[in-house]
Design a protein around this ligand. Structure first.
Ligand SMILES: Cc1cc2nc3c(=O)[nH]c(=O)nc-3n(C[C@H](O)[C@H](O)[C@H](O)COP(=O)(O)OP(=O)(O)OC[C@H]3O[C@@H](n4cnc5c(N)ncnc54)[C@H](O)[C@@H]3O)c2cc1C
Length: 426
């Protein structure tokens, strides 16, 4: 029997270590020196780097990369179990070498880069000696590739890139930017002449590429292959977001339950009010539904491919946004006035739910993908009635018993009466 919901003991030991390490090392760093894990400040680095080294020594660094791509080959299922812990702590993904947007960019490089491109960019990215960003969305076209305008023109030994991108996360801090052009995916050093970064938005940058020249070997993958590379990148990214969301909603749930038991209002502990119990019961079920969907999807990727798990990944994407919205709202509500402040993680968590429904493609687009793919395995019914129309099914089934019915008129009459509901269990 292969349906097994347990974690192998050796990996569980690793997860226990991760949980303790995050609680005792990563969270205090986050609370006292927020952002130290991804800072270039030498003093901040000196605090964060030893933690990263501990993760490496423990063999838990950059678990997202499969063996054939140069990683440890733990697979997505183990990564999902790891992310269920990391997603709770702000800088844990960086401390474990599994933070977006670098992970998706590294996946593209590992899968499509030449040996030279990998040694130039993949190794330093893996070691966090450099950081990257991903420039796809355009101000006029959103994330719909059919509306993109950014393009590259070959000029001798160089490509000349022109266009405008928007919402390039951490673009202003990146060393290299993966720029999706209509005719290919290019790696652009951020300090190239012609890369102009607007003042707003501060974190998700608006970037103009004005006659930016890069050498020919900065084209990643085949010419005109940008859409395939983007799918590869975004498929992984979406499931990783969903894995970390499981961690977030579990945190909200823990807070909700603790508070429900701790506070009294209107004559009883609030956990005894039925509507609070409903909030806890609904959240419990929704979190576990999301978690199992994510784990099943990760398992499917491990056993087939990201491409074949596309429908499941899309379902994870909009389901995680929905569960995050519902559970964080209930937790915030049960926390009362304190929940509305920034003195607990709940307000920020709830405010992040709409972002989760937009980043990496709006929910509607993923719902269309799921519906379209699911409908491929169905066909319209041939006649007037649906396949499950009972009178027609019964007529067909009677053919199987034609001899019995013909031989025994009493039994035939009883069958007709029973089918029409006129007799009970007689
Ligand atoms: C926090 C964050 C980080 C991001 N980081 C990056 C990044 O690093 N690099 C990058 O390139 N991009 C990034 N993005 C951009 C992101 O990919 C896009 O915002 C997203 O794909 C949606 O595009 P849009 O914002 O143009 O919305 P639009 O496509 O304009 O959608 C707006 C609304 O229109 C409706 N709509 C759109 N399409 C459909 C449809 N098919 N069916 C029904 N209704 C529809 C929906 O109501 C939708 O919410 C980031 C976004 C966020 C929020």
């Amino acid at each position: 029997m292969a349906w097994d919901f347990s974690t192998e003991p050796e990996f569980q030991q690793q997860l226990d270590w991760v949980e303790e390490f995050c609680r005792s090392e990563v969270e205090p760093l986050d609370l006292v020196f927020p952002g130290a894990a991804y800072s270039r400040n030498p003093k901040a680095k000196a605090l964060a780097d030893p933690l990263k080294q501990q993760v490496k020594d423990r063999g838990m660094w950059a678990l997202f990369l499969d063996k054939e791509l140069g990683g440890p080959g733990f697979g997505q299922l183990k990564l999902a179990l790891l992310n269920e812990i990391l997603g709770r702590y702000r800088s844990a993904p960086v401390v474990f070498g599994t933070a977006a947007p670098d992970t998706g960019n590294m996946e593209m490089l590992a899968a499509y880069g030449t040996a030279e491109q990998k040694s130039r960019w993949l190794r330093p990215l893996l070691n966090q000696e450099i950081f990257s960003a991903y420039s796809m969305t355009e101000p006029q076209g959103g994330s719909d590739p059919s509306l993109f305008k950014t393009h590259a023109i070959r000029d001798g030994d160089e490509w000349v890139i022109n266009g405008e991108k928007w919402f390039t996360s951490a673009g202003a801090f990146a060393d290299i930017i993966f720029v999706m052009c209509v005719n290919g995916m290019f790696v652009v050093p951020r300090d190239s002449p012609g890369v102009e970064i607007a003042e707003y938005p501060a974190l998700h940058n608006h970037i103009r590429y004005n006659n930016v020249r890069v050498p020919v070997d900065h084209l990643l993958g085949p010419e005109d292959g940008a859409k395939v590379l983007a799918q590869r990148r975004l498929g992984g990214g979406r499931i990783h977001h969903a894995m970390r969301t499981v961690a977030q909603v579990k945190l909200a749930f823990d807070m909700m339950c603790e508070r429900a038991l701790s506070r009294e209002s209107h004559g009883k502990v609030i956990a005894e009010h039925q509507m609070v119990q409903e909030a806890i019961a609904d959240s419990y079920a929704e979190i576990n539904m999301l978690r199992l969907l994510v784990l099943w999807t990760a398992w499917t990727i491990d056993n087939t491919s990201t491409k074949q798990a596309r429908t499941q990944i899309a379902a994870c994407k909009y389901t995680c946004a929905k569960v995050l919205r519902e559970v964080s709202y209930r937790a915030l509500h049960i926390m009362g006035s304190l929940g509305t402040t920034d003195l607990t993680p709940l307000q920020a968590m709830w405010a992040s739910a709409p972002t989760m429904a937009i980043a990496d493609g709006v929910d509607e687009v993923h719902k269309v993908t799921v519906s379209r793919n699911v409908l491929r395995s169905y066909e319209p019914h041939p006649g007037l009635w649906p396949t499950e129309y009972l009178p027609a099914k019964r007529e067909e089934a009677r053919k199987k018993y034609a001899d019995v019915i013909a031989a025994d008129p009493d039994l035939a009459a009883w069958a007709d009466a029973a089918a029409s509901g006129r007799v009970g269990r007689r």
